[in-house]
Design a protein around this ligand. Structure first.
Ligand code: BYC
Length: 330
């Protein structure tokens, strides 16, 4: 049932005249910034869009542990190892808050996991790129968590209560993640020539995939118009991408690294940088499952799901026994 629910809803935004009385009341609440809670009436499309977005977001947090988890055993010092371990554990926590938020809409975590593993639900394109060197861990924290914060801070004001509340804690933790990534980059960029080269190489490889995290350009975004009318999204994809570039370029300059874009130029008139678009063909290839790491990531998640079966079965057996004891005692 939910496999159908996550299919695109992009069929244009209804005018007030086209709305039913319930839909009008709902839209009035959203327009007045009154939070929508799980027991409130909501249009089916609103629910579908939330399940798609929150589910995709939760999967991203879980799959997103893989490229960094891969480096825990190889972190250069005990301190770096402890920090990275804590960060990766935080990402697991984010996934759990988000699965719980999605569950308030009537879909189970198992259903969402099955849709991820069968390819019916997505996760962020960025996690299909490999982390080849220690500097990549710095670039992921700085750029990937930096892009995530840019997108997630406005989501603290999203219209659906459980999603907005999950975002508050997630954003606090993401700020620490971004800072630890920048700290790694700073050490590398101010280290030996070889370390500086590694830092530049990581920036070169992660720059455009990070820009892609914000989704397709506004002209090609299927869901933005309706999602913004429902305040599921607060900004368009291009608005957030621009803010990210404007914030990140001075940070790269401070590191003494160059952003790999010949067209990057401050535009006084718009008060922001002009920059090159990412290769959108590459983005859509990654979405179709043909990115450099798609197969590996899904194989790893499939294995984790199968390896965890005994834990789920044990918990269920315990819960059933407890319930049976309670019935017997009554
Ligand atoms: N990757 O109509 P559009 C993290 C899809 S994790 C894959 O603009 P929408 C972290 C989109 O789903 C951070 N797919 O979509 C964790 C749609 O396809 P469907 C993750 C993408 O939803 C561990 C189609 O393209 N953050 O921080 O209005 C370690 C058309 O797009 C992507 C979130 O998930 C993409 N990048 O806007 C470190 C934030 N972009 O579903 C860090 C919450 C687009 O119709 N999500 N697509 O088949 C959002 O804000 C929105 O969903 C997006 C896309 C801005 C991403």
């Amino acid at each position: 049932m939910y496999a159908q629910m996550v299919k695109s809803t992009g069929q244009g935004v209804k005018s007030r005249d086209e709305m039913s009385a319930e839909e009008r009341d709902f839209q009035d609440k959203v327009d007045a910034d009154i939070r929508i809670e799980p027991r409130d009436w909501m249009p089916e499309g609103y629910k579908k869009t939330l399940i798609r977005q929150i589910g995709q977001h939760a999967h991203s947090e879980i799959v997103g542990q893989l490229p960094e988890g891969n480096w825990i055993t190889r972190a250069p010092t005990l301190e770096r190892k402890m920090i990275l371990l804590a960060k990766v554990q935080d990402e697991a926590g984010h996934g759990l808050y988000l699965y719980c938020a999605a569950e308030t809409l009537g879909v189970t975590r198992d259903e969402m996991t099955e849709m991820l593993l069968s390819g019916k639900m997505k996760y962020s394109s960025i996690f299909n790129y490999p982390t080849l060197t220690w500097a990549d861990i710095g670039a992921v924290g700085w750029l990937v968590d930096g892009a995530a914060i840019m997108n997630q801070v406005p989501l603290q004001r999203t219209s659906y209560g459980p999603y907005a509340r999950a975002m508050v804690r997630i954003c606090k933790e993401e700020s620490f993640h971004q800072r630890q990534g920048y700290d790694i980059m700073m050490r590398m960029a101010r280290g030996s020539e070889a370390q500086k080269r590694m830092a530049q190489d990581a920036l070169n490889r992660f720059w455009y995939p990070s820009l892609m995290m914000f989704g397709p350009s506004d002209a090609n975004s299927v869901h933005s118009e309706q999602s913004m009318a429902w305040k599921i999204k607060i900004n368009t994809n291009d608005e957030l991408r621009q803010k990210f570039v404007d914030q990140t370029v001075p940070q790269a300059e401070y590191l003494g690294l160059s952003v790999p874009d010949e067209n990057l130029k401050w535009n006084e008139e718009k008060g922001g940088y002009d920059f090159s678009e990412p290769d959108w063909d590459e983005f859509f290839d990654v979405l179709r499952g043909a990115g450099p790491g798609n197969t590996q990531r899904l194989t790893d998640r499939q294995k984790a799901w199968e390896d965890g079966a005994w834990v789920r079965e044990g918990l269920m057996a315990h819960a059933e026994k407890k319930a049976a004891r309670k019935v017997a005692a009554e």
